[in-house]
Structures are given as C-alpha cells and as structure tokens.
Design a protein around this ligand. Structure first.
Ligand SMILES: C[S@@+](CC[C@H](N)C(=O)[O-])C[C@H]1O[C@@H](n2cnc3c(N)ncnc32)[C@H](O)[C@@H]1O
Length: 275
C-alpha cells in the first residue's frame, strides 16, 4: 500500500530521532547515566522504596536505573522500543520490547513508575502520561524527568566566533530540528501541574543543573547528539564546517557552558481514593 506524503511525514515526525542500538546510542545512554542517575535516584527514593514494590521503567535505555531499582524492590518491568542495550539485567527485571505510542505494553498496577527523557521525545506524551497515571496502584508513585528549554549559556569560549557558533548550533538544534521531530522542551515545566490536575498528591520537583566543560559528559553528550542528528541538522541549514568546529569545541577544555536544566517531578496516587 502506498503511503501519502502527509502520512509518511507524520510517521517520520513521530520516530525517535536517536539510534539506541548503535555505538553512538550506547555512549549517549552512558553520558545520560553519568549526568542524571544521581538526581533521578534521589527522587526515586525520596519517600522510600518498599522492598515489595512492583516497578515500571519506560524508555529504559541502558537499564541502569532498572537495575538499580531491581536491587531495592521486588520486580521491575523495563519497556523500550529498542532493547539491545538491556541485555545484562538482573533476573527480577523483565525486559519488554514495545512501542509506547501503542500503549504501555504491560498491565498495571505498579507501585513505582519512572519515565526519564522519554515523554519529551514522543508527541503522544499527554496520552502516555494519562496511561501512566492509570497504571499506578493506590499509593503508587510516578517519577517523570525531562529537560527544559532554558537557554544553555556559555561561560568560557576560546573565541568570540566560537561563542556565536555555540549559540547558532543551539538555535538550529532546539528551535528548528527538535520541534520538527516532535521533541518538546516546554513539556517538563508543566509536569507538576499536570500531576496535580490528574489527582496525584505530594507532588514535588527536583531541579538539577550543572556546568560542563569540553571533554566532560555534558559536552560529550552534545557532541554525540550532534553526530546522531547530523542529517537533520544539515536539513535545517547547518553547514558541515559549523558542525566540525562545534564538535571540536565540545572536546576543548577551554570551552564551558551550562548544561540542560533537568526537572524530575514525582507524585503519588492517593492511597484510598479513585484518581
Ligand atoms: C533519551 S533516551 C533515555 C533513556 C533512559 N530513560 C535514560 O534517561 O537514560 C530515550 C529512550 O526511549 C526509547 N524510546 C524511544 N521511542 C520509544 C517508543 N516509541 N517506545 C518505547 N521506547 C522508546 C529509546 O530507545 C531510548 O532508550
């Protein structure tokens, strides 16, 4: 069957932009873990982790958080559209390959659900968020972490041209390429209000942000994402020479900037009322 150009475009918009199963995809997940596992763990265990808990991790990536949860709770279901990085997980982690755009792919209820850097990537985020709330057991907690669109201010740059180049690549990446692929940097700021509106209680947000210098995880992640999204960046107007210099800059210790602001929001389904 032939697909119309419009449906082909809609499909392309919805496809996750990065390749989790590639070597670059593996490094991408490693950098995310080095940058964000500490604040995520803090949020996950803020109200304690019952050893009997049944947990769900969506967009599980490398499985690092699923593995950490599995050491503290009874059972973890780890869902990802690409499970190639989820090979070395403990026996109490059940790995499910599934496209979250077609539902959660597993039945609740869950005592803890964690979703990091997945909802901002999927245009179906509102619908998936509602499904996550529905899948909570009474008293169960939902923890959602995403990046915001706060401007990534440079701190030190080798030259004024490099400062302008950084601003231009951020503009191309965040103002042109990301929206074209359905990625939202405005979603995270509304997660707490969204949880309250859904009837969750004890809603709390941890804001986490740090600076990064060339050659450290934040800059190496920028470099990695720039490589993975090369075709898209060229299609929105980036010049090859700009991308080459940007990638050099991301390994240069004399460059530094603020990394993304990460908001990790948690909320609890009331113990004895219907949400
Ligand atoms: C940015 S990574 C985040 C991985 C992990 N949560 C972390 O923070 O380290 C997004 C993850 O979501 C997965 N993913 C993307 N689209 C998906 C979909 N439609 N259904 C299920 N998983 C998806 C990717 O394969 C990838 O592992």
């Amino acid at each position: 069957m032939c697909r119309s150009p419009a449906s082909a475009q809609a499909e392309a918009m919805n496809d996750y932009i990065f390749d989790t199963g590639s070597e670059l995809g593996q490094h991408h997940l490693d950098h995310l873990g080095n940058l964000l596992d500490a604040p995520s763990r803090w949020s996950l265990e803020r109200r304690g982790l019952p050893p009997t808990a049944r947990c769900l991790e969506i967009g599980a990536g490398s499985g690092a958080i699923a593995t950490w949860l599995a050491a503290r709770t009874a059972e973890v279901v780890a869902v990802d559209i690409d499970t190639s990085q989820l090979t070395d997980v403990p026996a109490n982690v059940e790995v499910r390959r599934h496209d979250l755009r077609e539902g959660l792919g597993v039945d609740g209820p869950f005592d803890l659900i964690h979703a990091r850097l997945i909802l901002m990537h999927l245009p179906e985020r509102e619908q998936i968020f509602a499904q996550l709330v529905d899948a909570l057991a009474p008293g169960g907690r939902l923890v959602v972490g995403d990046f915001t669109g706060r401007r990534l201010h440079p701190i030190t740059t080798p030259t004024a041209e490099d400062e302008a180049l950084w601003a231009r690549v951020q503009y191309l990446s965040h103002e042109l390429a990301s929206p074209a692929r359905g990625i939202s940097f405005s979603w995270a700021a509304g997660t707490a209000a969204r949880m309250s509106a859904a009837g969750l209680v004890d809603v709390h947000t941890l804001e986490y942000s740090e600076t990064t210098a060339g050659g450290t995880d934040g800059c190496l992640l920028h470099r990695n994402l720039n490589q993975q999204a090369e075709a898209l960046l060229l299609s929105v107007g980036a010049a090859p020479a700009e991308l080459t210099r940007y990638r050099e800059l991301m390994t240069d210790p004399s460059f530094s900037a603020w990394f993304y602001q990460f908001l990790c929001t948690s909320g609890q389904r009331p113990k004895c009322s219907v949400v």
